[in-house]
Write a protein that binds this ligand. Structure first.
Ligand SMILES: [Zn+2]
Length: 289
């Protein structure tokens, strides 16, 4: 970021196009910002950074809205660098990077995922209409799990978690986001929280993060039980749709190793990532996203 950038606390450092690998040092004030706010996201007072805040482009067309709740929350990793830049500026840059990638390289209408969580723990709206539809108990159809976009909601977690664990701030926000979503949609975390590899042939969300999904389900369940004991259960929109049986493989069954280049949500030059004539999403689809 250039010296003399505007001092707006929420928007400082977001005007550039810093790649999410952190090759460009960010403004010191913006870097400090997230450390001064703990926790960044709680289910009791959810704060989502809006598309306007991260300067999203307009989608090619508005997201399709289904008048029903998703039945699964899909955990992804972005497979971008494990940046040490925890700033909001970096987080917003990541959101722009993903949107540009999905729109320009994948040919999609907009960001594929509904929510993005930075390594600093900032939670951002991804696909257009996601936030409003979550609040309404509906689903904005994303592009994040091939053949399963019409019943799932996707969360992109910044970084690559094949060999390392997500940082505490990201983990804390992910857990709280899942609490928030389970409340909003009346979902059982033990059933609802899955990894991308449960649906598609991909290494996403990384071996380490995937191995922690049972802990995530337990933590979310504990949090929901604790809050249910302390307060009446919030109203949830009644849904008449019968439960869609997930095509999730048994969790005890070991996953086959991903094919080379097959697990990169951002992997270069993998033509198999493109899929034509999908019935639930027009245009190009990524087998591994
Ligand atoms: Zn994924």
């Amino acid at each position: 970021m250039a010296d003399g950038a505007p001092a707006s606390p929420d928007l400082d450092g977001v005007t550039g196009t810093v790649p999410p690998d952190g090759t460009v040092p960010s403004d010191a004030a913006a870097s400090r910002l997230l450390d001064e706010r703990a926790p960044l996201f709680t289910a009791d007072a959810p704060h989502i950074y809006t598309r306007a805040q991260w300067s999203a482009r307009s989608p090619k067309r508005p997201a399709k809205i289904l008048d029903r709740a998703p039945d699964h929350i899909v955990v992804h990793h972005t497979d971008t660098g494990n940046s040490t830049d925890l700033s909001l500026g970096h987080a917003f840059s990541l959101s722009r990077y993903i949107q540009n990638f999905h729109m320009d390289k994948r040919g999609w209408d907009d960001s594929g995922q509904h929510l993005t969580i930075s390594r600093g723990g900032a939670v951002m709206e991804g696909r257009n209409r996601s936030l409003a539809s979550i609040r309404a108990g509906d689903l904005a159809v994303g592009a994040q799990v091939l053949h399963n976009n019409e019943h799932t909601l996707g969360i992109e977690n910044e970084g690559n978690y094949m060999n390392t664990a997500p940082p505490g701030r990201l983990w804390a926000s992910l857990m709280e986001v899942c609490v928030w979503l389970c409340r909003a949609y009346d979902l059982d975390p033990g059933e609802a929280i899955v990894g991308h590899r449960d649906y598609n042939e991909t290494s996403c969300p990384g071996d380490v993060l995937y191995s922690r999904l049972p802990a995530l389900r337990r933590a979310v369940a504990d949090r929901l039980e604790g809050s249910a004991a302390a307060a009446p259960k919030p109203k949830s929109k009644p849904k008449s749709k019968p439960k869609v049986k997930p095509k999730v493989k048994p969790k005890s069954k070991p996953k086959p190793p991903p094919k080379p280049n097959g697990g990169d949500d951002y992997g270069p030059g993998n033509p198999s990532q493109y899929y034509h004539d999908d019935d639930d999403w027009p245009g190009l689809l990524n087998l591994n996203w």
